[in-house]
Design a protein around this ligand. Sequence first.
Ligand SMILES: *[C@@H]1O[C@H](CO)[C@@H](O)[C@H](O)[C@H]1NC(C)=O
Ligand SMILES: *[C@@H]1O[C@H](CO)[C@@H](O)[C@H](O)[C@H]1NC(C)=O
Ligand SMILES: *[C@@H]1O[C@H](CO)[C@@H](O)[C@H](O)[C@H]1NC(C)=O
Ligand SMILES: *[C@@H]1O[C@H](CO)[C@@H](O)[C@H](O)[C@H]1NC(C)=O
Ligand SMILES: *[C@@H]1O[C@H](CO)[C@@H](O)[C@H](O)[C@H]1NC(C)=O
Length: 232
Amino acid sequence: MFRILLPLLVASSGVWGQAASGNYADCGDLAPNQADLVGTWASGTGAVQTGPNFVNPLNFSFSYPQTTGISYSFTTDGFFEEAWYRFNSNGSNPNCIQGVIQWQHGTYCPLANGSIVLNPFAPDGRQQVQDPCSPVSNIIQQFNATTLLNTWQLNNDPQWGTQLLLFQFDDSPLSPMYQFANPPVMLPTQVLTPNVTNGQQLNAARSTASISPMLTILVGVVAGGLGLATCL
Ligand SMILES: *[C@@H]1O[C@H](CO)[C@@H](O)[C@H](O)[C@H]1NC(C)=O
Ligand SMILES: *[C@@H]1O[C@H](CO)[C@@H](O)[C@H](O)[C@H]1NC(C)=O
Ligand SMILES: *[C@@H]1O[C@H](CO)[C@@H](O)[C@H](O)[C@H]1NC(C)=O
Ligand SMILES: *[C@@H]1O[C@H](CO)[C@@H](O)[C@H](O)[C@H]1NC(C)=O
Ligand SMILES: *[C@@H]1O[C@H](CO)[C@@H](O)[C@H](O)[C@H]1NC(C)=O
């Protein structure tokens, strides 16, 4: 794996420049209760959690969790990490279930107006999309998306403890998350792959593990149920 990756890393130089600092210098007014965000949060039973068990950005690899979910970590000094693993169904073709696993880290700003802005370290984000209906069905690549979380809420769930709700730019909520670690479990909070370029990818057909077996099982069940497999 490193024999493949190393030339790619060396070939492209410092596209993103220096590592961002994790202080709140460019955050504007901070939320008074931002300390409450600190920790590692995860949906459901915590099958998906941030940290080194989820991703290795250096060799473009994920460890595929047992079930889907999302996870966010926040530090006291302004760094975040996010991990997502999900399946998107396709309304027009039920055989075309798309598997997506993605990870980013960087700095965050919890603003006084209730929003949180996530500013990823662009070269380090990774996303693998496996789509049985796409000509390139399984790729893993650099990925970065600056994210506005419009609001956030902490609720007290009698059974599960403190619940974190994050609302997306359009006010739709992400899955409720619960605290699984504090201090948070995260990769080092700095740029880890400075020379990876925008959209750089490994073609997973050759070099990356499949998001399956879960995807294979899902697609098999749907295709079997309908008695067709047009796009497999
Ligand atoms: C990536 O590196 C980790 C160790 O850090 C190793 O466990 C894993 O198998 C590697 N994955 C690939 C696809 O090379
Ligand atoms: C990134 O590129 C710079 C400039 O070409 C080089 O000095 C540095 O060693 C590279 N870093 C890595 C991790 O490959
Ligand atoms: C849904 O499936 C069709 C093929 O039937 C494909 O053309 C389209 O891109 C798919 N949409 C998504 C969002 O994957
Ligand atoms: C909070 O302020 C930021 C930056 O000005 C803005 O992008 C965001 O939409 C605001 N959020 C709300 C909920 O008004
Ligand atoms: C991040 O991604 C966007 C959209 O793909 C791209 O335009 C931008 O140049 C990337 N890099 C940074 C540092 O934001």
